[in-house]
Design a protein around this ligand. Structure first.
Ligand code: 13P
Length: 356
């Protein structure tokens, strides 16, 4: 009863499975907007401490730096550890760097979401823009070699007393993500649906679990209404965790995060979904890797309850946790360390996703 042709449906399913297998492989997310990329360079240079203050670059120098960084980073990627890379539209369409990845057997993806606008009724929550022109944008991305896309929806998360997320924001994000997923499949791209539950506030781990479950459950309810072929999608969630302003933040045990994470996934992700790829959300690289490793150790353990052993691959779609240190080496011109740092991060993510 799908509106997709059998050949499109088959390709979507094959691509989604290839992005999460063989077990251990995952995604490198490098789809920052040009402005966000410039800010990452600037922050890395500030850490490089020189007395003259931030270096000044012209627009064309900034563009060239973004292009050179992406080229250097993509050159290090190996399909042994990395199944896919998510590109910004600048990297895909203007720099045309998709083929450098495709030629190595790495699947190219594109960021589909646009800018955020405050929700009128709730100024600390956001509408994600980008549904206008989405079909034609994604068709252009496919023509440039992309085979998957992603859409990030931020979801606030406070203690119940502070009442976030609001019901209206959950409704908006679920509807928007489901429409994105349907349109992405219409363009022949596997949608990665990314509800990013924030951890900057005062929520407990239990509250974070509750918000994750509710948000993810609502997304799949809307996906059904929009006729999304779940077998040709992936979910990219955050790890449930206590907020930075919650007292338990200072002594988190990765095993607790793993149990919370696996509980959320087993309760809220339909078994038709072929895989889950976590975001790192600005956690230090070692922490993001320790959570992924604990998650996979839990599902692999012989004493795991049966709902946990039936889950699809649980792997990474990390941005900052993979490239954070590498950018620092790159701005200081140390290409050997850049290469070693990126390789090491990808291998560590791969091992964590295997549960080694
Ligand atoms: P982080 O792993 O840095 O959170 O990036 C993943 C991503 O794609 C965010 O949208």
């Amino acid at each position: 009863d799908s509106h997709l042709s059998p050949s499109v449906a088959k390709e979507l399913i094959t691509t989604a499975q290839a992005l999460v297998g063989p077990r251990g492989r995952g995604i490198y997310a490098t789809d920052e907007s040009p402005e966000a990329m410039d800010a990452l360079f600037q922050a890395a240079e500030a850490g490089d401490s020189d007395e003259q203050g931030p270096k000044k670059y012209s627009d064309s120098e900034r563009r060239e730096r973004r292009k050179e960084w992406k080229k250097d980073a993509y050159e290090v990627m190996s399909s042994e550890f990395v199944s896919g890379v998510i590109l910004s539209s600048e990297t895909l369409l203007d720099f045309n760097l998709g083929p450098s990845l495709t030629s190595k057997g790495i699947i190219v993806g594109v960021r589909a979401h646009g800018e955020l606008a405050p929700l009128p009724t709730s100024p600390f929550e956001f509408i994600v823009q980008g549904l206008d022109n989405l079909l034609s944008n994604l068709q252009a991305a496919r023509a440039a070699g992309a085979r998957f896309s992603k859409w990030r929806a931020p979801i606030a998360c406070t203690s119940p007393a502070l009442e976030l997320p609001s019901q209206v924001s959950l409704d908006v994000q679920a509807e928007t993500l489901a429409m994105f997923a349907a349109i992405s499949q219409q363009a022949g791209l596997v949608p990665i649906v990314e509800p990013d539950v924030e951890f900057s506030a005062d929520a407990s781990l239990e509250r974070s679990v509750e918000v994750h479950e509710k948000a993810i459950g609502m997304i799949y309810a809307r996906c059904r209404e929009h006729g999304v072929l779940l077998e040709g999608t992936l979910l990219k969630p955050s790890f449930p965790q206590p907020g930075l302003k919650h007292p338990s933040r200072s002594n988190i045990n990765p095993k607790d995060i793993a149990l919370a994470t696996v509980t959320v996934i087993s309760r809220s992700v339909p078994s038709a979904v072929p895989g889950v790829v976590f975001l790192s959300g600005g956690l230090p690289s070692s922490v993001a890797i320790s959570y992924l490793s604990a998650v996979n150790a839990l599902v692999n353990s012989s004493s795991a309850p049966s709902p946990f052993t039936r889950l699809p691959p649980l792997t990474f779609s990390y941005g900052r946790a993979i490239q954070g240190d590498a950018i620092k080496h790159w701005v200081s011109g140390d290409k050997d360390s850049l290469k070693a740092s990126l390789e090491d991060a990808c291998k560590s993510c791969y091992r964590a996703a295997k549960g080694d």
